[in-house]
Design a protein around this ligand. Structure first.
Ligand SMILES: [Cu+2]
Length: 775
């Protein structure tokens, strides 16, 4: 039964997917278990279904992740299914039926699911809002922070081409996904909740694995293969422009590629024909060079990226990004042996981050951060038998950070005469080691069991303030030892049960641990102005670090039930309820109200709305449910194909010590998309529904937001090698407030800091259009 099923799935997918066998690169051997065992994790795929045959010959390597042989043997739902080609269902199809290294809670975005979003956004995190369980909280225009099942930002592990990228900013203005343009993303896998230890470590909520376009190689007898594409998009709201280009030249074994992007937007306008939302402008460049070398099925990739953000407004922060210059280098070698595959990666990242205030905030306060990341990972996947896979790995990550604020002339003693040293050569090193065993018991049952240790070492030097005003806090901080060591242990256990070809169930447990970041432990000043600079919450409150913070430990139990037609062509539904108990959740305690501060420079708060908080451990619980599904509705030669897909998310979080609602919990929300496709036309109508948010975090004075419904339209037409995109987002120009948008500090500051601060309004209507030429 099992073998039959696998062969059948392979057959169905063979039109679009080929897996290279170790020596020969042929498809045929896959039907025997031995061949499956040998099969390397390089899935040669898939390319544009438009140019299917040619592309297949070209052996485009689509997924470079070290998935299990088992998983490669069971490619995603049949690629030939017509309605699964539509952008939304592509996002919906998940990869849940494959090996347990990708649990059922995994959603894979690739190809059209990404392409269809390019007209709408230059923010890579926004792409992920199609994924069940994922929401984003508002930051800069290209720097949203992802949340998975209510666990946000650093609690989500994000790997960009295998790199761990630490935000080098007191406001986390430069999160990992801000270093890659959406147009450069080839595949994004999101694992929500229970995550295999081979993909976890130092995180609680889940893992986002983003891979950029893999190298392409020439076909036999083709000589030098060249390819490329150019695209440009315009968005009427904010006068946004996004361009990208790709060019590649390759022989059979060597490939050199360039990918670049440039994007820019002015402040966007809110809905209801309202005024602009201040401090939402941005501009960004990204250039990436890739070298790929292939030797049989083995692959070596080297990539260098230069990412520059000349400016980016932050509507819900007191500061803006006025320059962010980053270099990123990563190398990967993927080799196949008799015993299995070895995946080795190494990376280096360096960011020079500069903050100050753009025009709206009318003030001056330079803040600088220089951050670097350095690391490697070595992962081996060993198929022990046809039913057993062992994965072992070791990885290291070292973050260094300097964060200092130069004095402002004439502003002593508040902001001078000395340099404020926030983090003085902070270091955070993590050494992770894991072992994971996946076993298939019979055609229905399989299990995954993994254990993991992460050692985390942190330290930082002594600090000083702008003046003697800050001396007491600095002295207290300097008097203590800053060295901290955490020994973290994670466990993941997953069981999958596939009793029939139309149902799959999975139950998982994970204990996951995250150590505090450098700011959570080492931000030291209790002065309101200095504390107000710390925090990535968009709440305009001040935060003070805590040397006594412990790592937070999440215990998650989740269950997924998936039902679908036998071929996964017509319909599927997936439901995942989950519960997480977090021991020592890093929340905050009230330190003081800021009402006493009035009148200092551009920074002060005349209002009692804002508070200074200190990071603190509390016990917390989160629970919720994610639902996703799709159905092929109707098909006719004359009118084309119609399909419907949707996701629903609900999460609830509570601080068990105080009874307060956790900050930034997304209210009940749903997305419903009607897809249509006829020949080269594809169209979509998307309805987004978000409930009132009245369950808010009292400690941070989190604003309530009313419920809303938004309608988006998308349309594309493929004319040979030219693709045209059209779309209208927020068709009815609805004025709305994203529940995780934070407070509109930019407006509040510009209007004289009086009255009640408003939540940040979302984008009003935008007409989006673009063209992509491939050659
Ligand atoms: Cu910053």
């Amino acid at each position: 039964m099992y073998r039959y099923q696998r062969a059948r799935l392979l057959g169905a997918a063979a039109t679009a997917t080929i897996a290279l066998s170790v020596q020969s690169g042929t498809v045929t051997a896959q039907e025997s278990p031995e061949a499956v065992k040998q099969m390397p994790p390089v899935v040669v795929q898939q390319g544009a279904k438009k140019q299917a045959a040619k592309k297949i010959a070209r052996k485009k390597i689509q997924s470079l992740d070290t998935q299990s042989a088992n998983q490669d043997a069971q490619p995603s739902p049949p690629q030939s299914a017509p309605l699964l080609e539509s952008p939304e269902t592509d996002a919906m199809d998940g990869v849940g039926s494959k090996g347990l290294a990708l649990p059922m809670t995994t959603t894979r975005l690739s190809g059209k699911a990404i392409q269809s979003q390019l007209p709408n956004t230059s923010d890579t995190a926004q792409l992920l809002t199609k994924v069940p369980g994922v929401s984003v909280f508002t930051a800069g225009g290209i720097s949203s922070l992802p949340v998975i099942n209510g666990l946000n930002d650093d609690r989500v592990k994000v790997l960009v081409n295998g790199m761990v990228i630490s935000p080098a900013c007191t406001n986390h203005m430069n999160p990992p996904l801000s270093y890659i343009d959406p147009s450069q993303v080839a595949v994004a896998d999101v694992i929500a909740g229970v995550t295999p230890v081979s993909k976890g470590g130092d995180s609680l909520g889940g893992t986002i694995v983003v891979e950029s376009r893999p190298p392409e190689f020439a076909d036999v007898g083709e000589g030098v293969h060249t390819s490329g594409s150019v695209s440009a998009f315009y968005r009427s709201n904010g006068d946004g422009i996004a361009t990208s280009a790709h060019a590649e030249a390759a022989t059979r074994n060597v490939s050199v590629g360039y990918t670049g992007s440039w994007t820019k937007s002015d402040d966007y306008a809110r809905g209801d024909d309202g005024p602009i939302v201040r401090s939402t402008l941005y501009q960004a460049y990204n250039h990436a060079l890739t070298l790929g070398i292939r030797n049989g099925a083995d692959l070596f990739i080297f990539e260098g990226i230069y990412a520059s953000v000349p400016y980016q407004g932050f509507v819900n922060q007191r500061m803006d990004m006025v320059d962010n210059d980053a270099w990123l280098f990563n190398a990967r070698s993927l080799t196949h042996y008799d015993w299995g595959t070895l995946d080795v990666r190494a990376f280096y990242h360096n960011t020079k981050h500069r903050m100050d205030m753009l025009a709206d905030k009318a003030g001056e306060m330079p803040m600088n951060a220089d951050g670097a990341d350095l690391g490697y990972s070595i992962k081996a996947e060993i198929p022990l038998t046809t039913a057993d896979i062992l994965r072992v790995g070791n990885e290291f990550h070292r973050e260094t950070l300097n964060d200092w604020w130069p004095p402002v002339a004439g502003m002593a003693p508040m902001m001078g005469p000395d340099t404020f040293v926030d983090i003085n050569h902070g270091t955070r090193e993590r050494l992770g080691t894991f072992a994971e065993w996946e076993h298939r018991w019979d055609s229905a049952w399989s299990t995954l069991l993994g254990v993991r240790n992460d050692m985390v070492w942190m330290d930082t030097g002594d600090v000083q303030g702008y003046s003697s005003m800050y001396a007491a806090d600095a002295a207290a901080f300097n008097a203590r030892s800053h060295e901290r060591t955490d020994a973290n242990f994670d466990v993941t256990a997953l069981t999958r049960f596939e009793p029939t070809m139309s149902e799959t169930y999975e139950i998982g447990y994970a204990r996951k641990t995250r150590s505090p970041n450098l700011y959570e432990r080492y931000a030291w000043s209790t002065g309101n102005m200095a504390a107000d600079m710390i925090g990535w919450y968009g709440d305009a409150n001040g935060y003070v670090g805590n040397l006594d913070l412990k790592p937070e430990v999440g215990n998650t139990v989740s269950f997924t039930a998936g039902w679908h037609d036998r071929d996964r062509r017509i319909w599927d539904v997936k439901v995942t309820p989950y519960y997480t108990y977090v021991e020592d959740y890093i929340d905050a305690n009230f330190l003081k109200s800021q009402s006493a501060m009035g009148g200092m420079g551009g920074m002060a708060m005349p209002s009692t709305e804002f508070v200074t908080l200190q990071f603190a451990n509390h016990d917390a619980q989160l629970y919720g449910v994610n639902v996703s599904g799709s159905v092929a509705l109707w098909e006719s030669d004359r009118y084309g194909q119609f399909g419907l897909s949707g996701i629903i998310g609900y999460v609830n979080g509570e601080n068990l010590d105080t009874g307060d609602t956790l900050y930034h919990m997304m209210p009940l929300n749903a997305q419903l998309t009607l897809n249509h496709r006829r020949g080269n036309w594809s169209n979509a109508v998307q309805l987004t529904l978000v409930n009132d948010k009245d369950d808010v975090n009292a400690l941070r004075h989190e604003p309530t937001t009313p419920g809303y419904a938004l309608v988006d339209l998308r349309s594309s037409y493929q004319l040979q090698n030219v693709r045209f995109d059209f779309g209208i987002s927020n068709v009815f120009d609805k004025l709305y407030y994203p529940p995780l948008g934070g407070v509109d500090w930019a407006d509040y500051a510009a209007e004289g800091k009086t009255g009640i601060i408003s939540p940040v309004p979302g984008q009003g209507r935008s007409f989006n259009a673009g063209v992509t030429v491939t050659f």
